[in-house]
Structure formats: structure tokens, C-alpha cells
Design a protein around this ligand. Structure first.
Ligand SMILES: NC(=O)c1ccc[n+]([C@@H]2O[C@H](COP(=O)([O-])OP(=O)(O)OC[C@H]3O[C@@H](n4cnc5c(N)ncnc54)[C@H](OP(=O)(O)O)[C@@H]3O)[C@@H](O)[C@H]2O)c1
Length: 267
């Protein structure tokens, strides 16, 4: 896998909350951190990383370019600004946050600018987020299939995106599942609770283990150290075929995020 299978998310967290969350995560053994320009927390994340004492080479830092910065002459300078905030010379992965059709910049322009950022050494890898099949095809046509490390998409037991994930698998593009816990919505699910009981695990661990077993990378977020710690233990949980089948049946097209003007027509 070109991207680490387990990282910590930082959406909605700013200031001391995100500093504490990232610091705890790094102390607990997380080595991948997911942020974005629009989260407004890159400087806080940078501070937490700097104060953690973890070597930069051990870390995998992802950021995402916001839609205002897609133009050819804006994308690279905006990434340089992100690097300054993150207190690093490079990020490991930079994603186009949303395809944003109709925001005035063509896909080929922002994908080319992103590839340029990689060529300049500002980011080790590049990828996309919230892209449907057609737009992923266009991104591949723009920069080449081997250039696209991941498509980071909303994916949980309630939103399994079978068509898109099958396509990405065929293209050997890693799926990163965001909101694997559907921002907490799946935590009260009775089927997941039964499976969790059977394995003496938590529901969150079951959902994360399910995604990991399907080969997806996950980036759950938490403001609580105990949740960060227990989520990480999902890596040790093995679900059996019966568990996986029962979870497959929970699909309900339960999408949480689809901002108008930014989101594509979903597959
Ligand atoms: N590319 C994109 O467009 C996009 C969009 C959304 C998110 N993301 C990324 O994906 C990451 C994950 O998504 P998310 O943070 O929105 O949602 P999430 O990880 O599905 O859920 C986070 C929520 O679940 C709770 N939680 C976490 N672990 C728990 C546990 N073990 N037990 C009980 N509750 C638990 C957290 O509350 P507590 O704080 O109380 O633990 C928080 O409210 C984001 O942080 C972000 O980095 C990317």
C-alpha cells in the first residue's frame, strides 16, 4: 500500500483540541495524520507534530488543497503555505479535496498543477478525494494512473460504495475511507453491537476492522485519548466471513457529506 492503513483525522478540530488530539495520537503510536487547508488547523497540527519529538521521516502527513487554490498559479504557492504552517519541507500526500465541477478551473489544470507540486518535491505523493468514477478516469488521463496514490472517499458500513471501490481496486488506487464511523452514527447499530460483543470489541473497532479487512485505509478522528487508543486496536481484530457478510448487509446509501457545487454526481 502506498498510503498507511491507519491514521488520525482532524476535521472540525482546531486550537488546543487538535493539538491535544494529535499529540495523544502520536504518543499512542499513530504515525499518519490527515489534515486539509480548509480545516484551518494546519498550524496547530504542525505545532503538535513539532512538540511530539517524533522524527519527520517516521510520519506520514496528508493535506488537501482547497477549491480556492485550484488555479495553476495558486495551487503550488498554497501548498508552500501549508508546509510553512505544518513546519515541514514536504508533505507525504496532497489531495485535491473536492472535484468542484464548475468552480472555474478545469480538472486537467488542477491535476497538472498538483503533479507539478510533486515534481518540485513539495509532496511525495498526490491523490484525489471525493472523486466519482468518471472524474477519477479524467484524473488518470491527466497525470497517469500510477501517479494517483488514493481516492479518499466517505465510506462506512452504511455507505459502502461498491461500484466506485470495485473500479478503484481494478485501477489499483488505494481507497481511503473517511467517516468510517459515519461521524458516530454507526455506533448504535445493533448488528455491529452483536459482532462487537462476540469479539469483546467496541463497535468502532468492528467498523474500522471491517474497512481494513476490505483493504481500505482509515483515518478516524477523536478528541478522547481512550477512543484514539481503542480505535488503534482495530488493527488486531479479525472479523470472520459471517461478520463481514452481516456488515455488507448494512448498506443503506447513508451519505453524510455532499456539499452542493463541490460534490460530483455519485456513482
Ligand atoms: N476528504 C474529505 O472530504 C473528508 C471529509 C470528512 C472527513 N475527512 C477526514 O476523515 C476523518 C474522519 O472523519 P470524521 O472525523 O468526520 O468522522 P469519524 O471518524 O467517522 O467520526 C468521528 C466521531 O466519532 C467519535 N468517535 C471516534 N472514535 C470513537 C470511539 N471509539 N467511540 C465512540 N465515539 C468515537 C468522535 O467523538 P469523540 O471525539 O468524542 O471521540 C467523533 O465525534 C476526518 O477527521 C478528516 O480527517 C475527510
Amino acid at each position: 500500500m502506498s498510503v498507511p492503513s491507519f491514521g488520525v483525522g482532524t476535521f472540525r478540530l482546531t486550537g488546543q483540541t487538535v493539538i491535544d488530539s494529535v499529540r495523544s495520537a502520536l504518543e499512542l503510536g499513530y504515525r499518519a495524520v490527515d489534515t486539509a487547508q480548509i480545516y484551518g488547523n494546519e498550524a496547530d497540527v504542525g505545532q503538535a507534530i513539532a512538540e511530539s519529538g517524533v522524527e519527520r521521516a517516521e510520519l506520514f502527513v496528508t493535506t488537501k488543497i482547497w477549491t480556492d487554490n485550484y488555479a495553476r498559479n495558486t495551487l503550488v504557492p498554497s501548498l508552500r503555505e501549508s508546509l510553512t504552517k505544518l513546519r515541514t519541507d514536504y508533505v507525504d500526500l496532497t489531495l485535491i479535496h473536492w472535484p468542484a465541477p464548475g468552480n472555474g478551473v478545469e480538472l486537467v489544470e488542477y491535476m497538472t498543477a498538483l503533479a507539478e507540486a510533486k515534481a518540485l518535491g513539495l509532496t511525495r505523493q498526490i491523490g484525489i478525494s471525493n472523486f466519482n468514477i468518471e472524474l477519477t478516469r479524467q484524473a488518470i488521463a491527466a497525470v497517469g494512473k500510477d501517479e494517483i496514490a488514493t481516492n479518499q472517499i466517505e465510506l462506512s458500513p452504511y455507505l459502502q460504495s461498491h461500484t466506485l471501490t470495485a473500479f478503484l481496486k481494478e485501477q489499483r488506487i488505494t481507497v481511503t475511507s473517511y467517516m468510517t464511523l459515519a461521524y458516530g452514527k454507526i455506533l448504535k447499530d445493533p448488528v455491529l453491537a452483536q459482532i462487537a460483543d462476540k469479539h469483546q470489541a467496541t463497535v468502532a473497532q468492528v467498523a474500522l476492522a471491517w474497512a481494513l479487512q476490505l483493504g481500505y485505509a482509515v483515518i478516524p478522528s477523536s478528541t478522547r485519548r481512550e477512543n484514539l487508543a481503542s480505535n488503534l486496536l482495530a488493527r488486531d481484530l479479525r472479523l470472520d466471513a459471517d461478520d463481514m457478510t452481516r456488515i455488507a448487509l448494512l448498506e443503506r446509501n447513508g451519505r453524510e457529506v455532499s456539499p452542493e457545487g463541490l460534490a460530483p454526481v455519485w456513482d
